[in-house]
Design a protein around this ligand. Structure first.
Ligand code: ADP
Ligand code: MG
Length: 151
């Protein structure tokens, strides 16, 4: 299933992330792809809010994995600076699969590590403030989540 949204500013992207965050549970894996500045981190900030996380989230570009405690905790990962996928494995990639919601930016760079069942989210820059955010699910689990998702 595919679902496409267009957002007109950062706040709308965060709101969409927040709406999705409210629908997620431990074990869910979101694979984010799209250019620098397309809004992946802004969207993840919304997801954190939707999960009930009050901390300010920062980009894991340099830390590779940031984790946030909540009833359903969040592992926020970024593959942008990796030289090899093994660097993400060594950072503990597989330790988060069951108990966390995992959000991975630049997931297309480490596709060989991903579990079979992920929700792909593609960010595209239309102009300075407009983005498309396209969701692609391949399983009924994520189809059901997408059916519930509205801005
Ligand atoms: P990424 O993580 O994909 O590199 P960020 O979320 O860090 O992107 O940055 C997105 C940048 O684009 C921010 O500076 C934000 O203010 C700006 N922006 C402008 N319009 C939007 C929009 N519709 N959605 C998200 N970010 C937007
Ligand atoms: Mg980012």
């Amino acid at each position: 299933m595919k679902k496409i949204f267009e957002t007109l500013n950062q706040n709308q992207t965060e709101k969409l992330g927040e709406a999705l965050g409210k629908l997620l549970k431990a074990g869910d894996f979101l694979a984010l792809a799209g250019d620098l500045g397309a809004g992946k981190t802004a969207f993840t900030r919304g997801i954190a809010r939707g999960l009930g996380i009050h901390e300010d989230i920062t980009s894991p570009t340099f830390t590779i994995i940031n984790q946030y405690e909540a009833p359903v905790p969040l592992a926020h990962m970024d593959a942008y600076r990796l030289k090899t996928p093994e660097e993400l494995e060594n950072a503990g990639f597989y330790d988060y699969m069951e108990d966390f919601v995992v959000v991975l930016e630049w997931a297309d760079r480490v596709e060989e590590l991903l579990p079979g069942d992920v929700l792909w989210i593609y960010f595209t820059v239309l102009d300075e403030n407009r983005r498309t955010i396209e969701f692609q699910s391949q399983t009924s689990h994520y189809d059901n989540i997408l059916q519930e998702l509205n801005l």
